[in-house]
Design a protein around this ligand. Structure first.
Ligand SMILES: [Zn+2]
Length: 140
């Protein structure tokens, strides 16, 4: 049980660090983690919302080549901007904390786990099934 909690916490830490790094558009302003997708005559691009340096051309301003595949990828990227990832990570940390508190209250952190809480934890860890440290006993 404890190893699953530590594994999940490490994955959430990784995602949070990556999102925070992506949100840092410069060294002189607060992070700007929200990105928008625009598609107009001048070409589509993913832009940082409230960009503190809008006059500078940034890597995120790259255009796609007008193919549907690239447009779908750009939509996906904008929907998974740092702000969205950080909100998702925070939500999962709260769910994990509720599970841990429930297990601690029952004295079950290292022992028998009631099915609903265990199912929630297995659902949280499921997206990481391809990770080298993922354990087969975590499969639902
Ligand atoms: Zn700046």
């Amino acid at each position: 049980m404890q190893d699953l909690i530590e594994f999940l916490t490490a994955r959430l830490d990784e995602r949070q660090k990556a999102a925070e790094a992506a949100a840092k558009v410069c060294g002189c302003h607060p992070a700007a983690g929200s990105w928008s997708l625009t598609d107009d005559e001048s070409g589509g691009h993913i832009a940082t919302d409230d960009d503190p340096h809008p006059e500078e051309r940034r890597q995120l301003g790259r255009r796609w080549n007008r193919s549907y595949n690239d447009l779908f990828a750009a939509r996906h990227i904008a929907l998974n901007d740092p702000a969205a990832v950080l909100a998702d990570v925070a939500s999962k940390r709260r769910i994990l904390a509720v599970c841990v508190a429930d297990l601690e209250q029952r004295g079950a952190v290292d022992g028998d786990v009631d099915r609903p809480t265990w199912d929630v934890l297995l659902s949280l860890v499921e997206p990481y099934a391809g990770h080298p440290a993922y354990r087969l006993e975590w499969e639902a």
